[in-house]
Design a protein around this ligand. Sequence first.
Ligand code: VG1
Ligand code: CO
Length: 543
Amino acid sequence: MPVREIATKPFSDQKSGTAGLRKKVAVFQQPHYLENFLQSIFDVETSLRGKTLVMGGDGRYHNRTAIQTAIAMAAANGVAKVIVGQGGILSTPASSHMIRISGAAGGLVFTASHNPAGEDGDFGLKFNIAGGGQASETLTNRIYEASKSIARYRIEENVWVDLDRRGSQKLGDMDIEVVDCVDDYAALMQTLFDFDRIRDWFKKGHSLAFDAMHAVTGPYAQRIFVDLLGAPQKSVMNASPLEDFGGGHPDPNLIYAKPLVDLMYSDHAPDLGGASDGDGDRNMILGRGIFISPGDSLAMLAAHLDKLPGYKKGLAGVARSMPTCRALDMVAKGRGLACYETPTGWKFFANLLDSGRITLCGEESFGTSSNHVREKDGVWAVLAWLNVLAETGLSMQQIADAHWKQYGRHYYARHDYDELPTAVANQVMETLIASLPRLAGQKFGEWTVSQADEFGYEDPVDGSVAKSQGIRIVFGEAARLILRLSGTGTKGATLRLYLERYETAAEKLGYKTGEALAPLAAIADQLIRIGEITGRKAPDVVT
Ligand code: VG1
Ligand code: CO
């Protein structure tokens, strides 16, 4: 097959955000756009030459086209072997696992995660390194630098690979292996969880509702929950992945997964409700009549995980992103575990996991996972909860009540202000930053500011430093307000305000979240003035 060098000109916007490069589909469809970014990866990550590269995506619009291009460029750039999920499908955690077990030098994960899909929606590409973790900021910055001066890319001409036919194919000197997207992942799950016990739990009449949101987890849920664990077919909703995710917003939260939430609060609610996002790395967890916030889910799993087969040795340590509520810290304290606080974005957990410092980690944005892969993992979280329920024989409500009684309760919410003009969003941030030095010691309502600063992180493993990772206003253990700019949006700027309030007294454990946080929201109005500066009356999404 002839390799061609194509002359090209740089695009100025190929800087990765919180998790990869995300743009409108139309941006990715521009001639040379994807090719430039891919060539920048091949030019920077020269270790891919002669090695294996994993490819797969969440199945959204443009997935197959992009993968054909990537295969043609991998061949032209000296990659020895490409392993690709059948139909171009691999969930993000399954990609991470595939990179790990195949000893690949890296992986291309085609996804814009929870962002809407379809012709007018978003597309994205994440580069993962050997070991299965997301490229570090240092690496994505080098790729960005390369993309700013790129002048040519290499591609094999006239390539068309049959992505639907499992097995081996050849493209020039390069091997291509098309693999089932679920097999290896399902095998991994069976090493971590007690499938027999979960099967029995279903046989006893317990039930699950899982919403795949017409995104990538459909085939995984079908195989694992229905075929392997014997859950009735109706346990999996919206199981067929669609290129536009059914026109929905594949973000598993109280707003976008409303049908599941309604079911869980109805008279015929199952014992456990779960949902995942576009690429399968997020999870939402509910019990009958109860929503478990992601921060609580993380803390409760930290308290119960060592009952499950894959974690019997106990946890090495735990970690959470800075905006994630401090419920995890309480469990860590109670159990004598190290607890790390990292910037937002899963890539910051990678070194902690690789060095054996932590076993479990999570983010407030519906992300939880363990050291079994280097991405967050939605189906894993649902399985972990299924196993905890089957093992303890308790209901979600009973587990939550006992947890809050022992550790206290963190009320938590995130307020998103979407699609703001970038200058206006920056003004909110800058105004607040300017006021920080005056805040410590000031009293607001029943709370006094103990600390007000911009969060920075020094990685304990490689010493790399990440600055300006969000503003935090801390009121001792009692409360926190956090403000940061999103790094995953594709239109304007999104401001995220996070509210956290901690209570331990028995009579304060049963509030409704909105009510518990109302006084804190009022303080946020006064301190941060989002409404005043942006002209927005209310957040667009509250989760
Ligand atoms: C958001 C979340 C963050 C998560 C990231 C990727 O980032 O807040 O916790 O890691 O999405 O998740 P941001 O910068 O928009 O706040 V996913 O499921 O898109 O891979
Ligand atoms: Co995702």
